[in-house]
Design a protein around this ligand. Structure first.
Ligand code: BES
Ligand code: ZN
Length: 840
């Protein structure tokens, strides 16, 4: 078989080639699929028009877990015999050895007939189950192709740069309906209970963006000012819950058309709620698919946080319609271009739609701080990932690509200014529309627009792992490691480019540069004083708290300094954002205080004392003049107040829970998660039975999420074991197993239980998740990463040595580093914390 002779980018030799040879490019696909929802199978056929770029007698393309019944090749009118066909199931490649040579410039047509399985692993072409309003089970068939699973549905050149146009035809039972990227252009009754639905030709696009959904569908329709049809697609009975997303979708689409200066190029945009869905949502061009909790809003039962989540996810996926779909990364190592950008853009759009939400503040917690945590690990990776196998690439959907990517965009946006940034972006999109890019192309466009050496600066942020801690006293910076481990020689040499300013003695106002700043104890004392006197806005106060927590954890700053900050500033802190950081700092310290001791009583009392003013101010009742932040802060404050032992709050939670059981409307949605949590935390067998019972009967995803997470909050080991059994009983959809297990693992009484359960059920879990690495790697990371001793680290390491998961090795590595970091912090800080507390 002929192999690539030419070296690939990144110096990969032909031997360990992981990209298709570029001898052939696909031009157009004519794809027909017929799912069988009774037997969970499908059959299909595809014709692919190809252009030959280099002389070859072998055609290589992708196919995975599909049976090829027939393969043929035609050049012009004459067929070329296929001498042999080889399916490398490990590489998921199909090679056709031809009885003739194809020459550069030739055009040919590949034809296949094939069959496959409608799997239950939530990727490729898969089945999903839901219940109708009358309780009957129904099935739908849908797709999730990113990153490399289009090949599970049909033979194709399954690489982001192999763009082509697609004609999709679906053959479905007459009583069902189907959607795809484009509109239906022809529907034919086949007279035998089936119908054929032909969809319009797509624009030039990547295979991973193709999609179709077949089932009983219901629509909610609207149009943009320019007449683009936008629809919410749901299972029967749910469309009304799409109102909010429809409105957000239409307005976001209009906003982006204006911001990017390029009209949305398709005639319609569908947004479908899929009952079983591995990711949060997927940006398929013209047919965005969502977990239903990320699309549907129930006016009576959804919280403000739930609505905000829907707006964010919708804005994220619609941003991809330009950034990702119109202009696509050349290869998966540039994934951050897609995900980092969309993770930044979602805020810009939501801020435009809901200025009163002050959503950019939340960026600091949800993305900036998340990036700093993940990228503070030695096992992080550069935003632009060095070339590697597809298996390695699949793990890039992580905090670095998303959140560090977004923070890097925020940094450059601040550096060149909003108008220049937008001009550069417009030029970039226009220049590369329907094409593929690498990071450099974006920098080139921004460089042209700004006249600044964008690339030189940004390369230091995207081409090397990690970020710096800046020493305020010396002005020097070096790589920050959250574990506090000493830097290797190589790490010690790392440097970054940035220009930093100061305000009121605090560096990096607005936290635009992605770094931490460390101060001397005297400087910290001054900053703490100024935090109280209102010298800094919420974003800067958040930065100070998050930095100091992480600097103390890593041994860069004394634990006592952190304790002074908490004890001196928290009681006067009004901001939701800052409380996000403060509440985790209080919890982190609590983990190092032995249970049942006087010290614990003192710490709990300090925590209660600190949050009490917020509780007193906001109370339990919604007020007409509540801001968005008040609505989010109220449950956070009550949660913390109750968790640290305020009896009255716990009693009130119980009262409201009882009332809720009588009448759902008695408990407003914003308080539900907190109430369920407190009821479980301080509850027993009875509460467990009620919550798991409610979980089983509820058909509302947001409610189910809240019940499940409360089921992880019990303190009693036997009850936590029950929760684990419940999660594994089949009552919980596969998609929710990782978050259910995470709830148990995040509970200090449950981390070992969750780990033991994962180990005991490892084979079954692997089977259940199958090739869907997202769920398995999520589970591995959440569950293992919550342990906290060196012995446990050994155990985790030994387990994964014996049971290797190459598709999730990054998750394992991160978990191990986190456990060891936690152990180091405990060893360093336990005593100073005990001393500080006993001196109070
Ligand atoms: N492209 C991703 C979905 C995806 C993730 C596909 C991983 C394959 C593997 C999509 O745009 C996305 O990023 N979804 C997020 C939600 C978003 C609001 C951050 C998700 O799924 O969590
Ligand atoms: Zn995305």
């Amino acid at each position: 078989m002929r192999r690539m002779e030419k070296p690939l980018p990144g110096g990969v030799s032909a031997h360990d080639r992981f990209r298709l040879p570029d001898t052939i490019s696909p031009k157009h696909y004519r794809l027909t699929l017929e799912p069988d929802l009774r037997n969970f199978t499908f059959i299909g056929s595809v014709e692919i028009d190809i252009a030959v770029r280099e002389k070859t007698d072998t055609v290589i393309l992708h196919a995975s877990e599909i049976g090829i019944m027939e393969a043929s090749v035609k050049r012009g009118e004459s067929g070329i015999p296929v001498l042999a066909m080889h399916h490398d199931t490990k590489k998921t490649e199909l090679s056709l050895h031809l009885d003739a040579t194809l020459y550069a410039g030739d055009e040919a047509v590949l034809s296949f007939r094939f069959s496959g399985i409608l799997n239950d692993h939530l990727n490729g072409f898969y089945r999903s189950i839901y219940k109708t309003e009358s309780g009957a089970s129904r099935m739908l068939a849908t797709t999730q192709f990113e990153d490399v699973d289009a090949r599970r549905a049909f033979p194709c050149f399954d690489e982001p740069a192999a763009k082509a146009t697609f004609d999709v035809t679906l053959i479905v039972p007459k009583e069902l309906d189907a959607v795809s990227n484009m509109r239906v252009v022809e529907e034919t009754d086949l007279g035998d209970g089936r119908k054929r639905m032909r969809f319009g030709t797509t624009p030039q696009m990547s295979t991973y963006l193709l999609a179709f959904t077949v089932g009983e569908l219901e629509y909610l329709r609207g149009r943009t000012a320019h007449g683009t049809l936008v629809r919410i697609v749901t299972m029967p009975g749910k469309k009304e819950q799409g109102r909010f997303a429809l409105d957000v979708g239409i307005r976001t689409l209009q906003f982006y058309e204006e911001y990017f200066g390029i009209p949305y190029p398709l005639p319609k945009l569908d947004m479908a709620a899929i009952p079983d869905f591995a990711a949060g949502a997927m940006e398929n061009w013209g047919l965005i698919t969502y977990r239903d909790v990320n699309l549907l809003v129930d006016p009576v039962h959804s919280s403000e946080a739930g609505k905000q989540r829907v707006a964010i996810v919708v804005a994220h996926e619609i941003a991809h319609q330009w950034f990702g779909n119109l202009v696509t990364m050349d290869w998966w190592n540039q994934l951050w271009l897609n995900e980092g950008f969309a993770s930044w853009m979602e805020y810009l759009a939501v801020d435009h739609l809901f200025p009163e939400w002050h959503i950019w503040e939340q960026f600091l917690d949800t993305d900036h701080a998340r990036a700093l945590e993940a990228d503070g690990l030695r096992t992080t990776h550069a935003v632009e990932v060095p070339q590697g196998s597809v298996e390695k690439m699949r793990q890039n959907f992580d905090a670095v690509s998303y959140s560090k990517g977004a923070a890097v965009i925020r940094m450059i946006h601040a550096m060149v200014g909003p108008e220049v940034f937008r001009r550069g972006l417009q030029a970039y999109l226009a220049r590369h529309a329907y094409g593929n890019t690498v990071t450099e192309d974006l920098w080139t466009a921004l460089e042209k627009a700004s006249g600044e050496p964008v690339r030189e600066i940004m390369d230091t942020w995207t081409k090397q792992p990690g970020y710096p801690v800046l020493d305020a006293a010396s002005g020097e910076h070096k790589r920050f490691l959250g574990s506090g481990a000493p830097l290797t020689e190589q790490e010690a040499k790392q440097q970054w480019r940035f220009v930093i300013t100061a305000k009121e003695g605090k560096l990096n106002p607005g936290q635009t540069i992605l770094l931490r700043v460390n101060y001397t104890p005297e400087q910290w004392a001054q900053l703490i004083g100024k935090m109280r006197s209102g010298a800094f806005d919420a974003i800067d106060r958040f930065g100070l708290v998050d930095d100091l927590l992480m600097l103390a954890r890593s041994g860069h700053a004394p634990a006592e300094t952190l304790l002074s900050m908490l004890s001196e500033t928290a009681w006067s802190e009004p901001s939701y954002l800052v409380w996000k950081a403060l509440s985790s700092a209080f919890a982190e310290v609590a983990c190092l205080v032995p249970e049942g001791t006087v010290a614990e009583k003192i710490w709990d009392a300090l925590a209660r004392h600190s949050i009490e003013p917020v509780v007193a101010h906001l109370g339990w009742e919604r007020r007409p003049d509540d801001t968005h932040a008040d609505t989010l802060l109220r449950p956070l404050a009550l949660h913390m107040f109750g968790k640290f032992g305020d009896e009255e709050t716990i009693a009130e939670a119980r009262r409201r829970f009882a009332a809720y059981q009588e009448d759902e409307k008695a408990l407003e949605p914003n308080l539900r998660g907190m109430v369920y949590y407190l009821v479980a935390r301080f509850g027993g067998e009875e509460e467990h039975a009620i919550l798991s019972g409610l979980y089983c009967v509820s058909e509302r995803s947001e409610e189910k999420q809240r019940y499940l997470s409360a089921l992880g909050a019990f303190r009693d080991k036997a009850l936590l074991l029950k929760t684990i059994a419940f999660i594994l009983s089949g009552a919980v959809r596969s998609q929710d197993v990782p978050s259910g297990a995470a709830a148990v693992a995040a509970n200090r009484h449950g981390s070992c239980i969750a780990w033991d359960a994962m180990v005991a059920n490892w084979k079954e879990l692997k089977r259940q998740f199958g090739p869907s690495i997202m769920l398995l790697s999520g589970l591995v990371e959440y569950v293992s990463g919550q342990l906290g001793t060196l012995e446990e680290a050994e155990e985790v390491e030994a387990f994964f040595k014996k049971n290797p998961v190459p598709q999730a090795d990054q998750s394992v590595a991160r978990a191990l580093e986190r456990i060891r970091g936690q152990a180091a912090w405990a060893a360093r800080a336990r005593e100073p914390i005990a001393r500080w507390i006993s001196a109070r």
